[in-house]
Design a protein around this ligand. Structure first.
Ligand SMILES: Nc1ncnc2c1ncn2[C@@H]1O[C@H](COP(=O)(O)OP(=O)(O)O)[C@@H](O)[C@H]1O
Ligand SMILES: C=C(OP(=O)(O)O)C(=O)O
Ligand SMILES: [K+]
Ligand SMILES: [Mg+2]
Length: 580
């Protein structure tokens, strides 16, 4: 039986005013002749017949691949990969699709979370992106993590992206001869040196990774570990050894970052000498390309050039790859060239850890807000990172101040929150993740309620980029979805661009993004409000919609009568549809 579908379609023709904006290069579909119209059309879609042919799954009971609920025993499903994971499913069903979490979560993987079971717990807990930090862990160690995540994606329908973070040319301490930490007491004399010791590190001696260390530093300089967690003053230099007296006692952690300060200012000479991407980083980047990571986050970016260089390197090494480059904003230099850096990148990270070691701490909140807003204008995803729930490394609940900090990021509508030590080596990784999830959900709801009567105005696209017709269609679709209180926006997108633009409009309902490859799906999983699916869709929107409705209904994620707003990068149209 053919269901009766109400579809109202807004088609944008070249005579409609927004077409007078920038010429677009987006859709190959010719513009229809008609003017803007709202048409009530005859039933558009036929239901797809139950389950069609082709892919045999190894063990259907383990996967979350869609199957109509009335055919539980069939192992053949009709699409190559139209998968949904348990975390998404629970979030969509729990309080209705409109209350799905919009803010994404990046978890740094470390010794506490590198096993398959621990990674699975993070996946089920809502992790969207797994970050591996190349400061730590061997290629072998990181490969295991990548393999586990891949397995979770393949077997459980998750779309967890892998983000590889470069070490960058910061100055940092060595491994402490294998110790997990070392305590420096007030007034103690410690030696910092470029000598390396392996496991026979003399007492109160720290090796430093930067050869020019002893030359650059002067007697009287202050040496800050991790932005001030421990503080020393330089009292003497003897050859390669720098003798320091501890003035602020604390715990030294392996490979902790070092900065030095003279007369109250950061000494930056050594930064200028060091390349943003070191030779170790290039080897790690080759490794990342070979492993097919989804994102490479570049530490201590100073200029747009390095981002452009890396992007062309990736394109030449692996033309088919879809690796996105994220600029970490964590140095004074990066702040000077912020616009160009973000424009050249595929996204940015407000890396507050190192940033707070380079600029006065009281400046970090305004810098954060500025970067988040700029990224939104330029349509680039943005992650806010470091110390969001620092106390949860040791304690099972966060401080009230930490909850307020997370809330502020959610209120700013950044794309993603990130856990570092909390998930890498803390005692409560799952609890920290649960806090990010519940605070996000609560604050998002609160913001939606608060703006109920406000007029919807998406931020202007910066004059340095133009979103053209696709951008206007997405803003329009988001506006309509808000006005009509739609259950969801649907976007069919080949490259992900149209989904990004919808996300940028920060609509009140979730955005179901259908992409033809799992790599685009994973990449979209970093972005605000997107619920990405992998669907092998065609140019025939009628059949795409039929197929999608059928699959999502079978899973109980939408139901008859739900109002859906549909856009795609194949047609310049906005459709308003009641699910049959
Ligand atoms: N792969 C790893 N192996 C061991 N420890 C790790 C790893 N990744 C992260 N960690 C631990 O988690 C802490 C926080 O992670 P992160 O913020 O990524 O690193 P860092 O503090 O070095 O910038 C690190 O200081 C380190 O103690
Ligand atoms: C995220 C950051 O970088 P990393 O953890 O690699 O130092 C930071 O400095 O805040
Ligand atoms: K790093
Ligand atoms: Mg950093």
């Amino acid at each position: 039986m053919t269901p009766s579908i109400t579809s109202q379609s807004l088609r944008l023709s070249s005579s409609f005013s927004i077409a007078a904006l920038q010429p677009h290069t987006f859709s190959k579909i010719p513009l229809p002749k008609s003017h803007l119209r709202v048409s009530r059309q005859a039933p558009l879609f036929k239901p797809i017949s139950a389950v069609q042919s082709n892919v045999l799954l190894p063990d259907a009971s383990k996967t979350a691949t869609f199957q109509p609920s009335n055919a539980p025993h069939l192992t053949a499903v009709n699409t190559e990969a139209m998968e949904v994971d348990r975390a998404t499913e629970v979030e969509l069903k729990e309080n209705g699709s409109r209350s799905k979490r919009r803010t994404k979560i990046v978890c740094t993987i470390g010794p506490r979370t590198c096993g398959f079971d621990e990674l699975e717990a993070l996946a089920v807990g809502g992790m969207n992106v797994a970050r591996i930090n190349m400061c730590h862990g061997t290629h072998e160690w990181n490969r295991k993590v990548i393999e586990h995540v891949r397995r979770l994606n393949e077997e459980r329908g998750f779309a967890i992206a892998i983000m590889m973070d470069t070490q960058g040319s910061e100055i940092h301490m060595g491994d402490l001869g294998g110790a997990t930490s070392s305590k420096a007491e007030d007034g103690e004399i410690w030696t910092f040196t470029v000598r390396s010791f392996g496991s026979n590190c003399p007492e109160r001696t720290i090796s430093v990774n930067y050869d020019g260390f002893a030359e650059d530093i002067k007697v009287g300089d202050e040496l800050l570990v991790d932005g001030g967690m421990v503080r020393f003053v330089v009292t003497e230099k003897i050859g390669p050894d720098v003798i320091c007296c501890c003035t602020d006692p604390g715990l030294l952690l392996p490979r902790a970052n070092l900065t030095f300060w003279r007369n109250g200012s950061l000494v930056q000479e050594h930064n200028a000498m060091l390349p943003t991407i070191s030779s170790k980083d290039w080897l790690d980047i080759d490794y990342g390309i070979a492993e097919g990571v989804d994102f490479i986050a570049v530490s201590f970016v100073k200029s747009a050039e390095v981002i452009k260089h890396l992007k062309s390197y990736i394109a030449s090494r692996s033309p088919a790859s879809n690796i996105a480059v994220i600029a970490k904003i964590e140095s004074i230099d990066s702040l000077k060239n912020l616009n160009e850096i973000i424009l050249a990148s595929d996204g940015a990270m407000v890396a507050r850890g190192d940033l707070g070691a380079q600029v006065p701490l009281e400046q970090v909140p305004s810098i954060q807000e500025k970067i988040v807003q700029l990224c939104r204008q330029l349509n680039k995803p943005v992650i806010v990172a470091s110390q969001l729930l620092e106390s949860m490394i040791e304690y099972p609940i966060p401080t009230r101040a930490e909850v307020a900090d997370v809330s502020e990021v959610v209120r700013q509508q950044a794309d993603a929150l990130m856990l570092s030590g909390e998930s890498a080596m803390g005692q409560f990784p799952d609890k920290a993740l649960a806090v990010l999830r519940s605070v996000s959900l609560r604050i998002e709801k609160w913001c939606r309620e608060g703006k109920q009567h406000a007029t919807f105005e998406p931020p202007p696209i910066s004059s340095s980029v133009s979103a053209g017709i696709p951008g206007e269609i997405c803003n329009g679709a988001a506006k309509i979805a808000n006005k009509l209180k739609a259950s969801a926006l649907f976007v069919y997108t080949k490259t992900g661009q149209m989904a990004s633009l919808l996300s940028r409009s920060r609509p009140d309902c979730p955005i179901f993004a259908f992409a033809p490859t799992s790599s685009v799906r994973r990449r979209l999983n970093l972005q605000w409000g997107l619920v990405p699916f992998c669907l092998n869709f065609s140019d025939d929107m009628e059949s795409n919609l039929n197929q999608t409705f059928s699959l999502l209904k079978a899973r109980g994620l939408i139901k008859s009568g739900d109002l859906i707003i549909v856009v795609s990068d194949m047609l310049q149209s906005i459709q308003v549809i009641n699910v049959p």
